[in-house]
Ligand binder design. Sequence first.
Ligand SMILES: N[C@@H](CC=O)C(=O)O
Length: 318
Amino acid sequence: MKTTPVDVGALRSSVLSVPPLARQANGEPSTTENRRQVDWLLSGGVTTYLYGGNANLYNFGVTGFGSLLDMLEDIAPPDGWMIPSIGADFGKAMDQATILRGRNFPTAMVLPLTFPTTSAGLVSGFAKLADAAGRPLIAYVKNDGFLNAGDVARLFRDGAIAALKYAVVRPEPKNDAYLSAILDAVGSGERIVSGIGERPAIDHVEMGLTAFTSGSVCIAPHLSTAILKACQSGEFAAARTLRESFLPLEDLRDAHSPIRVLHEAVRLAGICDTGPIGEFLSNLDGAERLDAIAAAARALKAKSEAAARGARPLSASA
Ligand SMILES: N[C@@H](CC=O)C(=O)O
């Protein structure tokens, strides 16, 4: 497992996959099934694994956190970068940060608590969490104005954060005054990753963000990696062509819940048995809906497998 500090090279080196957490029938994480997911991602060149919202860690307790970290260490490829998440509330995040202090994970992401927070309160809280964890963290901005642009820059300057996951949904991702203000205040997007999957990622990289997170990469790692590589070599038209393959599944995720659809899509595509989704959520049901998810997930996976076999079309340089 990667244990070295977060740097720009690491952020750029892979799509940051955001997998579901496979659980056994009793709700405990399954080492075997989560390893199958990671192995599939690795086969498509994905070496960063961010366990956060898609893993339903918002509802994961402190008591099981040490065992979760053990499992992530266990399933990590030799140089794989495992990123657990903490929070969303400050109290739980602090208890988890204290557990992290004794471990070798380079960082953790702080899940976004949108109420009750203020930007100044988050700055103070992040400093305490980074201090308790003994390392800089990743901030996750999911809502407009969650952190003031100047406060984001300050968190970077103070060493409380090593990266930012930017995930505010816009009809036109390039028309985003908040993101522009953050980029201006920070002075660079090299430590900012687009955080909403393939759909806005290409626009965000064109704006200067360094890479992107994705849930659907768990179905099609070879294709998502090809999008990242195409973006990084300036082949944005090729990246957009590749992205087309993701849209049927992304449309279903947007229609029925990105987290819940991904959890079933991974299972229905035969990647691993994801099992129960975890408390305060419920697994999707309904034959018609599941059939549509299965069809979209299997078609996307088949395209990734074709790309793995070297079939065209991929981007010119992928
Ligand atoms: N929410 C996005 C990216 C991950 O955070 C997704 O699931 O695709």
